[in-house]
Design a protein around this ligand. Structure first.
Ligand code: HEC
Ligand code: HEC
Ligand code: HEC
Ligand code: HEC
Ligand code: HEC
Ligand code: HEC
Ligand code: HEC
Ligand code: HEC
Ligand code: HEC
Ligand code: HEC
Length: 299
């Protein structure tokens, strides 16, 4: 330990009343005291959104913001040691989350966090939010910076975005949080929602939402991923299959051996599936997501 820290510690130990005299509740040292030894962190802290805890009387932590997360620190200030002050980095992820959620619980963005895959897999708030970083803001908002953060753990998803047909995410036009809420969601795979409980895809693909007079059944029941791979695909239109007809025939075939997902009706017999004319289904069934006028999705 550096000598001046020891000397200061002794000084503070000898003068606990001086510390208490600042009108703080019992056991608290106040941020000015923390600053004496942790000046860099203090200075960075004043540039983060949490500084409002220090300056605003409304939040209940005025003058002792550090201790909102680190707990009462007078003992530590008097005899600094690693084990007499709370360090959230050393808490269990669930306990660290609870600490953050004492203040952040009722924000819409946190809906369901404790039920999210991240929480269930020990990915704490602090995995993505660096409270004291001087080179990374508390909330990363730039698309490519968000993607960088996510892909450190989700390399396989990043690899899918390298396929020939993909959303322009690697190009920086969008990020993972356009489709996922990292805090959790009411939909599977923490997908963003649109309006009430529709897929977040509709935020950008509103024309696929309808309501159609004749909706193609899998739109509602299986969702977009029945036919598309949203992270990227080797196939045009990010389809799950190399040719459109193979996407269709997964459900619309009378072959008993076909890997039927949900039985759709079998195409009427004039469809000669061996003839090239009938192989590109969407040449005729143009309104494949839903039609306002035609039951057979032809127009
Ligand atoms: C007298 C100097 C001094 C003061 C005042 C002081 N600290 Fe420290 N603090 C230290 C030293 C030295 C260490 C490193 C201890 C070690 O590694 O053994 C430390 C470590 C820490 C740690 C890391 C603990 C860990 O688990 O590694 C935290 C968190 C911390 N201080 C917060 C605070 C807060 C909050 C305040 C104000 C309430 C404060 N400190 C006031 C000297 C001080
Ligand atoms: C919003 C909660 C929060 C507040 C407020 C806060 N800290 Fe921290 N602090 C953390 C977390 C979380 C860590 C663990 C490291 C990390 O994730 O950044 C930490 C770590 C530390 C450490 C350990 C060394 C390090 O860099 O990891 C010190 C020292 C420290 N904080 C001091 C302070 C001081 C001084 C203040 C007030 C100016 C303060 N903290 C305010 C949450 C907070
Ligand atoms: C004592 C209450 C309190 C605690 C504990 C707390 N925060 Fe905060 N946090 C705030 C306040 C106040 C703000 C300022 C913005 C606001 O008014 O909501 C804030 C802002 C933030 C923001 C930025 C929000 C924005 O829109 O820019 C993030 C991210 C954040 N906190 C994460 C955390 C994390 C992670 C922890 C746990 C290590 C934590 N907070 C613990 C009170 C708290
Ligand atoms: C997997 C990474 C990740 C985890 C874990 C995470 N966050 Fe976030 N958080 C983000 C990202 C990315 C944003 C920015 C979202 C945006 O810009 O739409 C964000 C935004 C926020 C905001 C700002 C409000 C907003 O939505 O813009 C707050 C406050 C916040 N997070 C708090 C928390 C708290 C508290 C926890 C833990 C309970 C947590 N976060 C866990 C990645 C994460
Ligand atoms: C520190 C590592 C880490 C970071 C950073 C991280 N994740 Fe995760 N994420 C995980 C783990 C672990 C799981 C659970 C196992 C799995 O499904 O891969 C998970 C699961 C997920 C899931 C699957 C949800 C489900 O229910 O199937 C999604 C979606 C996700 N993360 C999105 C994101 C996004 C978006 C970001 C960036 C904002 C991000 N993750 C950042 C570790 C991380
Ligand atoms: C265009 C929307 C979209 C974008 C952008 C997107 N995802 Fe997804 N992601 C989805 C959908 C939809 C699912 C659910 C797939 C399913 O139902 O099989 C999913 C599933 C996941 C899963 C769980 C299943 C799996 O494939 O491992 C993870 C993890 C995940 N996404 C992470 C990410 C990360 C990290 C990014 C950014 C690099 C990202 N996603 C970008 C739409 C998207
Ligand atoms: C942030 C806006 C946004 C969101 C959210 C979004 N997309 Fe897209 N999507 C686009 C844009 C822009 C294009 C066309 C430009 C391009 O090639 O990136 C596109 C193109 C597509 C294409 C056609 C690709 C082609 O080759 O013509 C499909 C299929 C698609 N998106 C499906 C989805 C699905 C499924 C979801 C939800 C899981 C989704 N998108 C969410 C913006 C978005
Ligand atoms: C039953 C299968 C199926 C489902 C479910 C499906 N699509 Fe498609 N989608 C297709 C096919 C096939 C094409 C290619 C049409 C063509 O060949 O021109 C396509 C093309 C697209 C395109 C690019 C051309 C255009 O029409 O804009 C977008 C964007 C798209 N789909 C978005 C979505 C979204 C968003 C969802 C979920 C809400 C969804 N799709 C659900 C089969 C489907
Ligand atoms: C995930 C399964 C699935 C896929 C893939 C799929 N469909 Fe369907 N489709 C259905 C179901 C289920 C119905 C509703 C059948 C019913 O009403 O009995 C339907 C209805 C239809 C109808 C309207 C028939 C009616 O009477 O309602 C047409 C036309 C159609 N699909 C064409 C296609 C084409 C073309 C493709 C390929 C681009 C395709 N489908 C892909 C499941 C699927
Ligand atoms: C040359 C144009 C054309 C092509 C190509 C085509 N269809 Fe059709 N399809 C039609 C017409 C027209 C109808 C409506 C028949 C009627 O009015 O009963 C129809 C009806 C259907 C129906 C509804 C059957 C019912 O009983 O309601 C399904 C399912 C279907 N087609 C699937 C497919 C599939 C799968 C493909 C690709 C392998 C395909 N179609 C290719 C013209 C076409």
């Amino acid at each position: 330990m550096r000598w001046h820290v020891v000397v200061l510690g002794l000084f503070l130990a000898a003068a606990p009343r001086w510390v208490a005299a600042q009108g703080l509740p019992q056991g608290y040292a106040g941020a000015d005291t923390c600053k004496i030894c942790h000046e860099d962190i203090y200075n960075t802290f004043t540039k983060t959104p949490h500084d409002v805890l220090q300056t605003s009387a409304k939040r209940g932590w005025q003058g002792r913001a550090c201790e909102a997360c680190h707990g009462p620190g007078q003992m530590h200030a008097e005899g600094p040691a690693a084990d007499n002050i709370r360090n959230p980095a050393k808490l269990k992820p669930s306990a660290a989350d609870q600490l953050c959620l004492t203040c952040h619980l009722n924000e819409p963005t946190q809906a369901g966090h404790l039920e999210s895959s991240h929480a269930r897999n020990q990915i704490a708030c602090t995995a993505c939010h660096k409270v004291h970083s001087s080179d990374q803001p508390l909330v990363v908002r730039q698309a490519d910076a968000i993607v960088n953060q996510c892909r450190t753990c989700h390399l396989n998803v990043w690899a899918q975005f390298q396929r020939p047909f993909h959303h322009k995410l690697p190009e920086g036009a969008m990020s993972c949080v356009d489709c996922h809420n990292p805090h959790g969601s009411t939909r599977p795979a923490m997908q963003q929602t649109f309006a009430a409980n529709d897929p977040g895809c509709f935020k950008c693909h509103g024309d696929k939402r309808g309501p159609f007079a004749f909706e193609h059944a899998p739109m509602r029941f299986q969702g977009c991923t029945a036919c598309h791979e949203p992270h990227g695909s080797a196939n045009p239109r990010m389809l799950t299959r190399a040719e459109v007809r193979f996407v269709c025939l997964e459900c619309h075939a009378n072959l008993p051996s076909s890997p039927v997902k949900v039985a759709g009706v079998v195409p009427p017999s004039f469809h000669d599936l061996r003839s090239p004319v009938f192989q590109n289904c969407t040449v005729c069934h143009q309104k494949i997501h839903g039609s306002y006028v035609d039951r057979n999705l032809l127009k």
